[in-house]
Design a protein around this ligand. Structure first.
Ligand SMILES: *[C@@H]1O[C@H](CO)[C@@H](O)[C@H](O)[C@H]1NC(C)=O
Ligand SMILES: *[C@@H]1O[C@H](CO)[C@@H](O)[C@H](O)[C@H]1NC(C)=O
Ligand SMILES: *[C@@H]1O[C@H](CO)[C@@H](O)[C@H](O)[C@H]1NC(C)=O
Length: 537
């Protein structure tokens, strides 16, 4: 009985023990998110919300309007993209959705598109609302959190305010993000963002390793080019202030890297430095909220189960060829299950069917958490997949562009579902896939098993955000965690000078050895000759 009471007490005290209270109560935290992707924003916002719930005074400045309920401890500031850049971003997304996506094409488009996208990040920094934050700050900020989108130079804001900075990234770290903190990236066994390794195999075969190495090399090259561009932006905005460090030094002012990933369950296991903090699934609510009344009733009525169909927030259905939407509608309307369809243009629904509920805004996480949800048809965005995995729902992926084909392949190789090419979709193929996913229990079992691993951790994602953010503020930066790698130049990082020195020593030794050998042989020969002479005589 005593034991039990002790445990109960421990359970009540646990959150207090886990999150030590000391002078970081009610800190002023600035979040800067210049991303043009609503799904990225969702991840950043969830992180900031965890800090606001904890009682910190959070100020968030974004380029896109976040879709969030107001919070008494959060102040939003909008610094919208100019018309010109907004039009470009929309067109970029639309074109990507209509074309076939090969890896080389995606890379090429990214390089061409990135210049424009980067300009829009720079423009964000020049917006009067953002300038006001660091030129005439109204509050004394204690910490800045920067959403990563090829925008290292924006760290200048933290330098100007004299506060520590945390970088937040929405997925598994890749080359550029790894370099922020000096994570070891070994292309021999860490698959790149665009390279998909079969989850059932532990290692990559030769072909995949070759591809992985080349794509890593390509990314490295792109990274160098982007860095020159970012250095330029930095000089233009902050270059005139003599009190500010150089661009290279500003990049070393990063205290932590938060990234939305859980390697213990998602794999592959790879080395990361202590500055890398995993906050995988931070956007997923630990407890679902109740669904809106009408939807709750519709879900409750779905005694046969429900299919949730959503192509996410980045891609509008009008981007797709109409016959594809028509095919999807025909198949879903025939199902005995209820269907929840995310449709952003309710004026132009693909049709009417008694079993389909259309809406332009749907609480995805809460729908996936519903026990009647049997299948999730998704564009394979990282966020949606994570939520379905968390709630153990099998998936049918219809990937469109960017990281989606890769996410879909990974999901399929893990045995959580199937993937279809949206551009060549037919009614037959869709119907077959849905039937397989609903009737073969293997998919559900696999994803359920993963879900258990995913939830088993010492701190939840939200607790990690709070703990580590306060850690940085308690110690006025977490520079003591920095990998020495960050403070080395190219030669030292790769030990080139040591190799050169060893090679030199080897060469000198060989040379000396050769001299000695020659000398000895000469002596021996001379000795032999004199012996011969003695014999002749
Ligand atoms: C806002 O912060 C205060 C402390 O500053 C805290 O007591 C309150 O619970 C926070 N509000 C919410 C909605 O979490
Ligand atoms: C909280 O932040 C807002 C916006 O930056 C600011 O106006 C307000 O004064 C801050 N509140 C406190 C208590 O510091
Ligand atoms: C749920 O089912 C009941 C009874 O069949 C019906 O009256 C109601 O309209 C249904 N609600 C929804 C939202 O489909």
């Amino acid at each position: 009985m005593r034991m039990v009471r002790g445990n109960v007490l421990l359970m009540i005290l646990a959150p207090l023990l886990v999150l030590p209270d000391s002078r970081v109560n009610g800190a002023n935290i600035l979040g800067m998110f210049s991303t043009f992707s609503p799904s990225h924003l969702i991840v950043h916002m969830s992180m900031m919300r965890a800090l606001a719930d904890r009682g910190h005074n959070v100020t968030i400045v974004t380029a896109l309007k976040p879709k969030l309920v107001p919070h008494e401890n959060i102040t939003y500031i909008l610094a919208p993209l100019s018309e010109h850049h907004l039009a470009f971003v929309n067109e970029y997304m639309a074109n990507s959705a209509k074309e076939k996506h090969s890896m080389a094409m995606t890379f090429l488009k990214t390089i061409i598109g990135t210049g424009q996208l980067m300009d829009s990040q720079y423009e964000f920094l020049l917006h009067p609302n953002v300038r006001a934050l660091h030129e005439q700050p109204q509050v004394k900020f204690d910490l800045m959190i920067l959403g990563y989108v090829f925008n290292d130079y924006q760290l200048g804001v933290a330098a100007k305010l004299g506060i520590p900075a945390i970088i937040s990234w929405v997925g598994v770290p890749f080359s550029f993000v790894d370099d922020e903190v000096g994570n070891i990236y070994d292309p021999a066994y860490v698959p790149n963002v665009n390279v998909v390794q079969d989850k059932r195999l532990r290692t990559m075969g030769f072909g995949l390793r070759l591809r992985n190495y080349l794509s890593w090399l390509l990314l490295k090259g792109i990274g160098l080019a982007l860095d020159v561009r970012m250095n330029n932006y930095y000089t233009r905005v902050f270059g005139e202030d003599p009190a500010l460090p150089s661009y290279q030094d500003v990049k070393r002012r990063v205290s932590l890297l938060f990234y939305n990933y859980h390697s213990h369950s998602e794999g592959p296991v790879r080395p990361t430095v202590p500055q890398s903090i995993e906050i995988g699934g931070v956007q997923i609510k630990e407890q679902p909220d109740p669904l809106p009344k009408e939807l709750a009733e519709f879900m409750a009525n779905a005694t046969e189960g429900a299919i949730f169909f959503s192509l996410g927030t980045n891609v509008k259905s009008s981007y797709f060829k109409p016959h594809i939407m028509e095919a999807i509608f025909q198949v879903l309307a025939r199902q005995p299950l209820h269907v929840i369809w995310k449709c952003d243009d309710l004026q132009h629904k693909p049709g009417h069917a008694a079993n389909i509920y259309f809406h332009n805004w749907l609480p995805q996480d809460d729908i996936l958490a519903h026990p009647n949800t049997k299948l999730f048809i998704t564009h394979a965005g990282k966020g949606g997949i994570a939520e379905a995995q968390y709630h153990g729902v099998p998936m049918l992926a219809l990937p469109v562009f960017g990281d989606q084909p890769g996410n879909a392949e990974l999901m399929v190789s893990a045995g959580f579902g199937l993937s279809l090419d949206l551009l060549t979709l037919t009614e037959d193929r869709l119907e077959q896939s849905i039937r397989e996913l609903l009737h073969n229990p293997a998919y559900r079992q696999n994803v359920r098993k993963f879900s258990q691993l995913y939830r088993d951790r010492p701190l939840t994602a939200r607790q990690s955000v709070v703990y580590w953010t306060e850690y940085v503020m308690r110690h006025n930066g977490a520079y003591h965690l920095q990998s020495p790698w960050l403070h080395m130049d190219f030669v030292a990082r790769h030990n080139l000078d040591v190799y050169a020195c060893l090679l030199l020593a080897l060469a000198v030794s060989l040379f000396v050895f050769a001299l000695l050998l020659r000398f000895t042989l000469k002596q021996l020969r001379r000795l032999a000759r004199s012996k011969d002479k003695v014999k002749e005589n």
